[in-house]
Ligand binder design. Sequence first.
Ligand code: FAD
Length: 662
Amino acid sequence: MKIIYTDVLVIGGGLAGLRVATGVKERGHDVVVLSLVPPKRSHSAAAQGGMQASLANCKMGEGDNEDVHFSDTIKGSDWGADQEVARMFVHCAPKAIRELAIWGVPWSRVHRGEHTSVINAQKVTISESEEAHGLITARDFGGTKKWRTCYTSDGTGHSMLYAMDNKAKEEKVEIHERLEAISLIHENGRCSGAIARNLMNGELVAYVAKATTIATGGYGRLYSVSTNAIICQGIGQAIALETGVATLGNMEAIQFHPTAIVPVGILTTEGCRGDGGLLLDKDGYRFMPDYEPEKKELASRDVVSRRMTEHIRKGKGVKSRYGDHLWLDITILGREHIEKNLREVKEICESFLGIDPAVDWIPVRPTQHYSMGGIRTKYTGESQTLKGLYSCGEAACWDMHGFNRLGGNSVSETVVAGMLVAEYIADFCDSDESALNIDTHTIATFLKAEKDKMEALLTKENGEDAYVLRRRMESIMMEKVGIFRNGEDLQAAVDELEELYKRSKNIEVFRSKSRGANPALVNAYRTQKMLKLALTVAYGALLRTESRGAHSREDFPERDDKNWLKRTITSWPDENQTIPTVSYEEIPIEKMEFPPGFRGYGKDLTVVNPETTKRQGVVDALTEKLVREGANRFEIQNALMPYIDKLPKKYQGTNERLEENV
Ligand SMILES: Cc1cc2nc3c(=O)[nH]c(=O)nc-3n(C[C@H](O)[C@H](O)[C@H](O)COP(=O)(O)OP(=O)(O)OC[C@H]3O[C@@H](n4cnc5c(N)ncnc54)[C@H](O)[C@@H]3O)c2cc1C
């Protein structure tokens, strides 16, 4: 029996996991990171467009600050987010980006003097100030009032991850690659590590830790076409769910990105539209201004994806043997700009489409992209129900995105949440509370359970083929739990997924019976887990009879604040159940700094909650009084919804800006 003891186990070597690991290590705790792949190959490396932080350095970012970033994020979430968490996030994003600059991320910078940008299909001259020269610059992104998305050309995630991995190495963080966590060790509501399988030799290893963090990214690969890396299969969320104790939040909140290339689904960044790219239909007509006259191509992602789908349904899509699509036109930006700021997009177009985006239009279609749902946590990143289990990054429902994430807010979340959660974990490990009292017999029981499951898969005869079940699951999710949803399709999806799940209990590993490196075995145990997750998504979507953010029900088009201002909580308490248990967590209006309102897209279909008017009255009266008394924006914010004390002391300070030298 191989047991490895450490203070902190981090499952996941992407941006979120590495940031947690670095933080706890700096606080003097031992840490082991598990990763399916070498960390630099984590999916975070694929992030292209940028990271939001309200630095307000460039001309078009002037006037930006935490308040503007906060209101954009809450509107973007369609009021589904936890507003305290969103506040903590916007406060710390400028700190995180500056820290990354120190660690070596070569952020694109402001250049003094005039430069040309494309805004609303027009070439515009922008003049940058002398004092901003050399500071981190930003580009425009969807759903934001200011240019706030900081970037390194269109290789932002790549450069962030490389810097982060180098920092982890510098801190001597121990990394165990090609190790897959397949279950959590837990007893009496306390998590004390994980069982992992070595993907090279099949060995099962028990990792025992005071604190365990799941930072395994999203679950996009439940869908047949996704911009996500193929390892984004939601195994982290699934092993949390399988404890029967930890819960998942808002699993039905799935984002589709407007501009993945057709047919393969590889992303072309929102930076294409942020920098001035246009969406065109089969007639070369720019249709977005007809639907969203104000924000046009730069409406929130969920909105643009729906508008594109509507337009295709009206027969305006371009016919192709891979289905209808629309065009993304970035030719207007010019070759120089593309080769400097959108070079990954150029390479993707050349390699996967055989076109040159400086002269050709790019075939695009909305495609599964991001998982707002995940392991439900407190603001500290700890599971609400399983002590010692933490989560952050895309794997978590922390929950600053609610029902729709803004572009650029995700890589930002990974590093901000990572840096905060590291401090909370370190505090936990410093306290007596973290003492572990687990005997080797219990550990052996968990190891044996996983060993037995592997044996059962390998020795089963006349069973089901996991690949067949999985392909069917992916199609169901794509066809019936997609951008537009309705009760009939969702019910059919739940019924069939439940059937597939039952069949998955009878999976046989075909092709190779090897107990070592064996992709068929890996697929077999992952498929069972993925089916459980698919059920949490489809069932949550079926029960949520309203439309909020990326969850759009054609049979319930209203955002129903009266009945649905709540988070969906899913659990799987009994291994024999075949459908998840669903409950709800209220999102209290009376605590909101920014009570629910109209997002500003299309028609206002909100079913207003009577508490909203009351709270808005309180917010307005308090703000007016404080303004009269000469209070500054920080004092007003603090009176409306205090959050600063929740932050670790070292991150409580205000952020400096050129315009706001506090
Ligand atoms: C193409 C693309 C472009 C994007 N561009 C942007 C952008 O410009 N701006 C932005 O804000 N966001 C962007 N996003 C979103 C953003 O990249 C991700 O949300 C973010 O990087 C997720 O980081 P993470 O650390 O949470 O997870 P990941 O980077 O996905 O890392 C997960 C880690 O977990 C490990 N792992 C998984 N399962 C297990 C297991 N069972 N056992 C052990 N290890 C495991 C993996 O090996 C990996 O190391 C983009 C997403 C895509 C798909």
